[in-house]
Design a protein around this ligand. Sequence first.
Ligand code: F6R
Length: 236
Amino acid sequence: MKFIKATNYEDMSKKVANIIFSQVTLKPDSVLGLATGSTPIGAYEQLVKWYQEGQLDFSKVTSINLDEYCGLTPENDQSYCYFMEKHLFSKINIDKNNTNVPNGTANPTVECLRYEEVIATAGGIDLQLLGLGHNGHIGFNEPADTFAKLTNHVQLTQTTIEANKRFFSSIEEVPTSAITMGLGAIMQAKTVVLAVNGKDKAEILNKVMNGPITPQVPASILQLHNNCIVVASVQG
Ligand code: F6R
């Protein structure tokens, strides 16, 4: 794993955005695996700025998002579909037909199979952007007894529900399950960028990078990826 130390959230966001800038510049028809949550917002803002300045063109890009809550429609302002529209897709020239987010209202079993097809049809992912959960999850691949290879329907852990309640008006509103891309597609991405912000994530990041490779810390599997870049601002 390559470790890039950032000084603060803004610096981390710029560094992550720079990597994506290079990817799209070098390969305009890149397949980008995208994440939601608080971590990538600053990087998306920077990409939008560069697009508005005419420095970036997303017209040939395909995007495949990591995950979506079950039960939320795209119009629900807590859905990841809504998040992507708000923070990125509505502000750049990506072709909406080339954007993909799991459908949280579809039958989960059918949707997982469909999403695997989406990834395969796109020819896999060129650059996968990831955030890191406090329990080591990536996408919504939660700590488990085995690594989940394929897109799967996952019950969210209490830690994740607690962590994500800040986006909802009450904990009861946080969905209890989600559809997430599996670790197979993430590990097959040509480049993986793990963005981490906040000293509350320092301990789990240390386990991810230096601890045993175990499904109890799903992101630890990234130690086996041959082009994984960690961009982190986790100092106090
Ligand atoms: C979001 C996702 C999650 C988040 C993680 C960190 O699409 O897949 O794995 O990246 O929960 O969330 P934040 O950035 O809000 O700390």
